[in-house]
Write a protein that binds this ligand. Sequence first.
Ligand code: 13P
Length: 255
Amino acid sequence: MIRKKLIAGNWKMNKTSADAVSLARELVSAIGSQSDVEVVICPPFTSLEGAAKAIDGSLIKLGAQNMHFEASGAFTGEVSAPMLRALFATHVILGHSERRALFGESDELVNRKVLAALKNQLRPILCVGESLAEREAGSTLKVVQAQTERGLEGVSRELAPTLVIAYEPVWAIGTGKVATTEQAQEVHAFIRGLLTKLFGDPAAQKVRILYGGSMKPANAPELLAQKDIDGGLIGGASLEARSFVELVKAAAAAS
Ligand code: 13P
């Protein structure tokens, strides 16, 4: 397998900076020196600096949960790619369904962010996924295709292998309802096919496609065993060291 599995923790709007530092330290002592699986933690902006210091010297990487596409300027409340880079962030989650649904982010906006991230040597974790109504209407693949193609417009073949895509069915996020392995693998393989059309097979084979949506230590082994599931974007189970560490171990076992 040419793709190293990737487990990313999306802490969402959780943890004060002190709590974030303690969790990051716990993770460093448990999994800070393993290299079988790539591990990224994505704390809120206010905890990035503390978390960066806590993971310094370990193999754990740092990601943000969002960013603005401009480098600086009059954008009250926003944070830019160079600011994230200055805190040693290497990844940024973009187009999460919560940002799309609650903050009105369009594919066009997400695309500008993807391009800005790449320009600043940040790896985008582009989130795509259908709602329950869309799945029931039979439009899952159409929705995922539009979000993927529009989100990646203008990305070069050279930079394509650095992308990470997260398939997160909206109906599975925070609900305890996990997609079946067949449902997830079908969409992951479909996304890989889209990437092949956009960037060619060698690049598409290098892109990690993560599953997100109620991934837990109990359901992870089966999901991670699928051919095109290269890891997980973990919400709830990333907020506690024990479950997150178990997920990393499950990914190592599936490698
Ligand atoms: P849960 O793991 O809590 O379902 O969240 C998934 C998610 O949205 C990760 O970005």
